[in-house]
Design a protein around this ligand. Structure first.
Ligand code: SF4
Length: 428
């Protein structure tokens, strides 16, 4: 039986795909890299973008015509199981039923979107896509209930993994040659709160930092009012932890933040960024912004523009607001910002961000940066700096190797350079 996964959405979804692959591989079921070789296709869906659901619906139709079995998993599966079955899906597993993937693929399970707690068998974690950089889930779910977001309903309340289990997973990853780890959570800074024993992300970093062989630790996504000074201090004093904070503001207007049920003000957000930069001068900030949230006036939007100018994000994801069925915003707020206004505001923000990126990246021209290689494109290899800038250079270097690159060209996206030194024996 040959299975292919089509994954939509964020790193958490990609990690879920890896976990399901682990279960299948351990059951002797083949996972293929190409959809055309598959007998069963699994669509691991994302509810954040409407497009993901629509793409999944149309793909099911096309695959069923070719006689291919189709399974649907992920956030949209959790809330639209009946709709997927109606459109021909052979099985539907919600976000808490990943461990039923073998039964589902064998035709022994049809639908499971129940609310039980997901228990992952730790011996099934070997389905990883990358040999050197591993994603490690540390907390699932979210307790924040932002009014536009479906995640608390699809993924449930926050549940942190026991710290010892995570430390063991990182230790095992180091032994199998992984030298970069990204800790994942919808709200990674909430890690440990539900355990009520003082466990925190800062404490987790202190524990895993002692494990030999791990060159870099990353973490995402951060929630502004949960990011503690203790965590900032731990990042500042541990030089192998990424200096990049993915800290979505979503809006720069206090009025809109309130309507979104984000639990901080514009000033609190700016103060947090200032505290991070004071403790870690080279820190970079990434973010997400929703443009045209219900009720967003020109004045609110100006507040967002000025926040973006003040923060100077190293990366900024922009999305026009569109209502997600089942959320508070879709039920109670009118989507009253016309589409052409959203488009105009998006273009304005995007132009501003482009200019900021050009300025930020230009400062690195002629300098030497250290990167860990993560892949190749044509004759070039690429990797990221500790503060999360993508750097391309000519040459074929293996994943996981640490190299120094002199920056010769900067753009609003990646940086380009020439390799100046291979730091052999550290990353390998
Ligand atoms: S913090 Fe808000 S936007 Fe992020 S997952 Fe939780 S509810 Fe959704």
């Amino acid at each position: 039986m040959k299975v292919f996964f089509k994954t939509y959405g964020c790193q958490m979804n990609m990690r879920d795909t890896e976990i399901m692959k682990g279960y299948l591989l351990n059951a002797g079921i083949e996972v293929v890299d190409n959809m055309k070789d598959a007998e069963t296709v699994i669509l691991n869906t994302c509810a954040v973008r409407e497009k993901s659901a629509n793409k999944a619906y149309s793909l099911i139709g096309r695959l069923k015509k070719r006689g291919i079995r189709v399974g649907v998993t992920g956030c949209v599966a959790q809330i639209k199981a009946r709709e997927f079955k109606r459109r021909g899906a052979d099985f539907v597993l919600g976000t808490r039923a990943l461990n039923s993937i073998v039964e589902a693929v064998k035709g022994e399970k049809d639908v499971d979107v129940s609310d039980h707690i997901l228990e992952i068998d730790q011996s099934m974690l070997n389905g990883r896509d990358r040999a050197r950089h591993a994603w490690v889930n540390i907390i699932s779910g979210c307790d924040k209930f932002c009014t536009y977001c479906i995640v608390p309903y699809t993924r449930g309340r926050e549940i942190s993994r026991p710290i010892d289990e995570i430390v063991e997973e990182v230790r095992a990853l180091a032994k199998t040659g992984h030298n970069q780890i990204t800790f994942l959570g919808q709200n990674v800074d909430s890690y440990g709160k539900d355990l009520k024993d003082g466990t925190s992300l800062a404490e987790l970093f202190r524990r895993v930092y002692k494990i030999e062989g791990i060159e870099r630790f990353w973490f995402l996504t951060s929630y502004p009012s949960d990011l503690t000074d203790e965590l900032i201090e731990v990042v500042a004093s541990h030089e192998r932890i990424s200096r990049n904070f993915h800290l979505p503001p979503q809006s720069g207007s206090d009025r809109i933040l309130k309507l979104m049920n984000r639990r901080y003000t514009r000033q609190e957000y700016l103060d947090l960024v200032a505290r991070i930069r004071k403790a870690i001068p080279q820190a970079t900030i990434g973010g997400d912004i929703i443009v045209g949230f219900p009720g967003e006036t020109d004045e609110d939007f100006e507040q967002t523009l000025s926040l973006v100018k003040a923060v100077k994000f190293i990366r900024l994801n922009l999305a026009p607001y569109s209502p997600r069925p089942g959320t508070v915003a879709s039920k109670f707020y009118k989507d009253d910002v016309p589409f052409d206004v959203k488009k105009r505001r998006m273009a304005k923000l995007s132009a501003l961000q482009h200019k900021i990126m050009l300025e930020l990246n230009e400062k690195l021209l002629g300098t030497q940066v250290e990167i860990i290689v993560e892949g190749r494109s044509g004759t070039q290899s690429y990797g990221r700096t500790l503060d999360n800038r993508m750097v391309f250079f000519e040459g074929t270097i293996e994943d996981g190797e640490k190299v120094k690159v002199k920056i010769t060209r900067s753009t609003a996206g990646p940086l380009y350079g020439e390799i100046s030194k291979r730091v052999i024996g550290i990353a390998k």
